[in-house]
Design a protein around this ligand. Structure first.
Ligand code: ZN
Length: 399
């Protein structure tokens, strides 16, 4: 334990350490072992420290077989007897704030509602704990948050005690400890007694603040998302920026934002609906115009048209409108969409030609596929011939 300087002094930011050895692990990554170190290795839910050793960036710190491996960006070339190490204090202090904040929040859940914490994750942006309950009300979350922040405001000491297994019974532990020897307790007097190997500040005031952000069901537990310390300010800053942008965009004060968004969404649906109606009537109008322009005096009109990039659905609607309008008409519509040719063949109820057979014949020319019935058929294939050639072909077969 005496080689773990972070246990003697969690505030130690730099140190000199005797070199034990430098070597590669199985994956070929270089690491350095020192006689003593202030670098905290990944453990107990707390991420590893970053910083520099001998001027090289530390990229990872892991404990392996009782030794702390400092993984460096590249090996130190001229390795002396001692090296100078400096930890990234901003990152470490953030971890201390978050980790102690988690102890306080977990203890508050336990104290007020006996919800036990079963797991803890300290992420880059926020933290989560899983608590043993299937539901959590807003009122409960609010009370827990208030108690946690009260403990911070009271600036209670955070004490560290090394105890033996026998001595454990003197303390009202929040949960059973995993280790059996060299047991380290992190204690907030009259509030929380907890076995933990992490780094903590000396008093709760340094945790600064705790804010619960959200929670959700996670199997049989509730996963609570929260931030502590300076991350509360960072989160507030981010949220404020987004909200200010939205208040400007929606021209609405913050408290009415929800209503404004609902109105916006409803309005969007109405616009979409009326757009759809307008498009339908436009298609209807287009169908009438096609029919009008195709009339030759002959009673049995054949409507033909060639388009670019129109969907098969649009062609189908157009063809339907034409044949409904004039039961004696027949309609061939073709659209060239990139390297594909799509077509619709339809006839009114007063005619007898078989559209399914007609289109099957035409699709052979373009290696196409399609289907339909006697009066209405559609299909598509490769654009091996032009739209005009396709129309000519259809008209010839019919004649
Ligand atoms: Zn802990």
């Amino acid at each position: 334990m005496e080689n773990k300087l972070f246990y003697q002094d969690a505030y130690k930011q730099s140190f000199t350490g005797q070199v034990v050895r430098q070597e590669q692990d199985e994956a070929g990554n270089w690491y350095l072992i020192l006689q003593q170190t202030a670098f905290y290795p990944t453990g107990g839910g707390q991420p590893y420290d970053l910083g520099t050793i001998g001027g090289k960036e530390v990229v990872n710190v892991e404990e392996f077989d009782g030794e702390i491996r400092h993984y460096l960006e590249s090996p130190i070339e001229e390795l002396g007897k001692e090296v100078f190490g400096e930890i990234d204090w901003q990152r470490r202090f953030d971890h201390m704030q978050q980790h102690s904040g988690q102890h306080i929040l977990s203890a508050a859940f336990d104290y007020l509602f006996q919800y036990k914490t079963v797991s803890f994750h300290l992420g880059n942006e926020f933290l989560t704990i899983d608590i043993e309950t299937e539901s959590l009300t807003e009122q409960e979350a609010k009370r827990v948050e208030e108690l946690a922040n009260k403990i911070i405001l009271e600036n209670r000491p955070i004490e560290i005690k090394w105890v033996t297994e026998d001595e454990l019974s003197q303390y009202p532990l929040r949960k059973e400890t995993k280790v059996k020897e060299d047991i380290r307790l992190v204690i907030i007097p009259d509030f929380d007694y907890n076995g933990c190997g992490g780094t903590h500040p000396k008093a709760t005031g340094e945790v600064q603040a705790i804010k619960i952000l959200d929670w959700e069901r996670q199997k049989k537990n509730i996963r609570v998302q929260f931030v502590c310390g300076n991350r509360v300010l960072v989160a507030l800053h981010q949220k404020q920026k987004v909200l200010l942008e939205l208040t400007k965009l929606l021209n609405t004060p913050e408290k009415d934002m929800g209503q404004a968004v609902i109105r916006l969404l409803e309005n969007g649906k109405l616009v979409e609906k009326s757009f759809e109606q307008a498009r339908e009537s436009l298609l209807h109008y287009e169908a009438k115009e096609l029919l009008e322009n195709s009339k030759t005096g002959n009673e049995e009109t054949i409507v033909t048209s060639i388009f670019q990039n129109r969907t098969i659905q649009e062609l189908q609607k157009l063809a339907r409108y034409v044949t409904v309008e004039d039961a004696k008409s027949m309609v061939f519509l073709v659209s060239k969409n990139e390297d594909r040719l799509q077509l619709v063949c339809a006839r009114g109820t007063a005619r007898l030609e078989n559209m399914k057979n007609l289109i099957a014949n035409a699709l052979r020319l373009i290696n196409g596929k399609g289907g339909g019935n006697d009066s209405f058929a559609q299909g598509g294939g490769a654009s091996l011939i032009t739209g005009k050639e396709m129309i000519q072909h259809l008209v010839e077969i019919i004649k």
